[in-house]
Design a protein around this ligand. Structure first.
Ligand code: GLU
Ligand code: ZN
Length: 507
């Protein structure tokens, strides 16, 4: 092997002195975006924005069988919705290292693989799967390391000819140097890997297709990435990549080895690793339920990082100002849906009223609305919105809270009806209707006084007296402040609904 003539120091020029960081987010476009992916994107983005660095967005779509255009479009759409922008990327943004889709960079990988092989950093391996399996089993039984045993490292020309004559195909394998690899992880501190644990590994398939093991570090090198911030699940590939980097420097394809920081695992229910297949991992779910981007980003940033000891609600701008990769914790983080919802609820409260009113509009339209489109009344919505803002956990909660305003008749909810229409609801509703008809409808206080007085006549406290009125008018036992709701619905429609309830009770 043509030994590297110098032993490059990890990121000699990348110790934070004067070189603006270049980070990357490089998902594979498979399936739906999930929260783990978003957390990785967010930490890279926040680090880039905090340091005035560059956010590179690259698509790792070298696996045609699994990658899809639909998933690619979803990734772009999700990042845009979240407001995680990029400085170089596969869309119209482009950049000096275009193309940013690996499927369009195949010539580059073929060239690098050849140069690595020419320099002796990689070699053809002719072993069959059956042979590899057999030798692995034997090594295990003998208590030896069971990774690739280096069989094809130094094949003679004759042997190679023989293998070819047998019709064998070959993959390209990277030759790992026989040395211990140590690096200083930005999150986990110094990590050391001994050579027996990092065997030679495949970088190009028999059909010529380059593997993740090659294309990911090659692009990081060519795109001059300075900080690789990614999930802990990729930690085992890091020593191999560092060795590959040294080889890339040797052949003149890389300048430096980036710094690495491995973000902690995200645990789900039952202390199991949150899988991208878990329903609560799906980003679309949060979006459809009406999480605010800033609420979701706030929560996801807490998976491995904290803003301060006594504050866990903050804006994206605050996050950018404060975020440092050095503050990320290496312990696994637990994904807590209740906490995510609570953080989102806080962000809903923080919106100004016009922003809140606007943010809810998708849930006041088809397909979310359960009323005909033409029934929607913007003035009524704007009047009720401030009362709704303090009550929602997610924006989609708004639909059932205001449907009484836009439905011709309140929803029929039998459980609510049975619960509220207890005792003598006819007597109570008859009295309440009479007193409401005499009340001043410009004042919710006056409407409250009317229902209070009706309750007193029948020995009922306000809570008990207003329940039948609420169900008569809104169809539900719980909802927005009742007297404001009545006022906004209006005298005529409110009284009609009480009449309709009385008719139903009489039947
Ligand atoms: N495409 C790889 C993945 O999604 C990227 C890994 C990395 O960040 O190095 O797993
Ligand atoms: Zn081999």
């Amino acid at each position: 092997m043509a030994n590297a003539t110098h032993s490059p120091k990890l990121s000699a020029s990348l110790d934070g002195q004067g070189v603006p960081p270049r980070v990357r987010f490089c998902p594979s476009p498979t399936g739906n975006p999930h929260v783990g992916l978003v957390r990785t994107a967010l930490f890279n983005w926040a680090f880039a924005r905090h340091t005035g660095g560059t956010m590179v967005f690259r698509i790792e779509d070298t696996d045609a069988a699994r990658d899809s255009e639909e998933s690619y479009n979803q990734l772009l759409d999700s990042l845009r919705w979240l407001g995680l922008d990029w400085d170089e990327g596969p869309d119209e943004k482009g950049g000096p290292h275009a193309p940013y889709r690996q499927s369009q960079r195949m010539d580059i990988y073929a060239d690098i693989a050849k140069r690595l092989q020419d320099a002796g950093h990689a070699y053809d391996c002719y072993c069959t799967t059956a042979e590899l399996d057999e030798r692995r089993d034997a090594a295990r039984k003998a208590g030896r390391p069971s990774g690739y045993d280096g069989h094809c490292r130094d094949l003679g020309a004759e042997q190679i000819e023989e293998y070819r004559a047998e019709g064998r195909t070959s993959i390209v394998r990277f030759r790992m140097p026989d040395e211990t690899i140590t690096f200083n992880d930005l999150v986990r501190g110094e990590l050391t890997f001994t050579p027996e644990n990092v065997p030679d590994y495949g970088i190009v398939r028999a059909n010529g297709a380059p593997l993740y093991t090659l294309v990911n570090p090659v692009d990081d090198a060519l795109m001059e990435i300075t900080h690789v911030l990614r999930g802990e699940d990729l930690l085992s590939s890091t020593p191999r990549q560092i060795a590959l980097y040294k080889a890339l420097i040797d052949i003149g394809a890389a300048k430096d080895i980036p710094l690495f920081g491995h973000l902690p695992y995200v645990m789900g229910e039952g202390n199991k690793k949150l899988s991208k297949r878990d329903p609560e991992a799906s980003l679309n779910l949060y979006r459809e339920r009406g999480f605010l981007p800033e609420g979701l980003l706030n929560y996801l940033s807490l998976l491995g990082w904290s803003f301060s000891a006594d504050q866990d609600i903050f804006s994206v701008a605050d996050l950018v100002e404060k975020f440092d990769i050095a503050d990320v914790n290496s312990n696994p983080a637990r994904f807590d849906l209740k906490k995510a919802e609570a953080v989102n609820a806080d962000h809903i409260r923080l919106l100004d009223v016009p922003a809140f009113t606007e943010a809810c509009t998708p849930w006041l339209r088809a397909p979310h609305a359960n009323w005909p489109e033409e029934n929607f009344d913007q003035a009524a919505w704007e009047a009720i919105a401030p009362y709704a803002q303090t009550r929602l956990t997610v924006l989609s909660d708004i639909t059932v809270n205001v449907d009484f305003l836009f439905l011709d008749q309140p929803v029929e909810d039998e459980a609510s009806w049975t619960k509220a229409m207890k005792g003598d609801p006819v007597a109570l509703l008859t009295t309440a209707r009479a007193k409401l008809a005499d009340a001043d409808w410009t004042s919710p206080e006056a409407l409250k006084a009317a229902v209070l007085a009706a309750g007193e006549e029948h020995g009922l406290k306000l809570g008990k007296a207003q329940a039948p009125v609420r169900v008569a008018v809104t169809g539900r036992t719980v909802g927005l402040p009742l007297f404001e709701s009545l006022q906004i619905l209006g005298e005529e429609r409110s009284l009609q609904r009480i009449d309709a309830a009385l008719a139903k009770l009489a039947a």
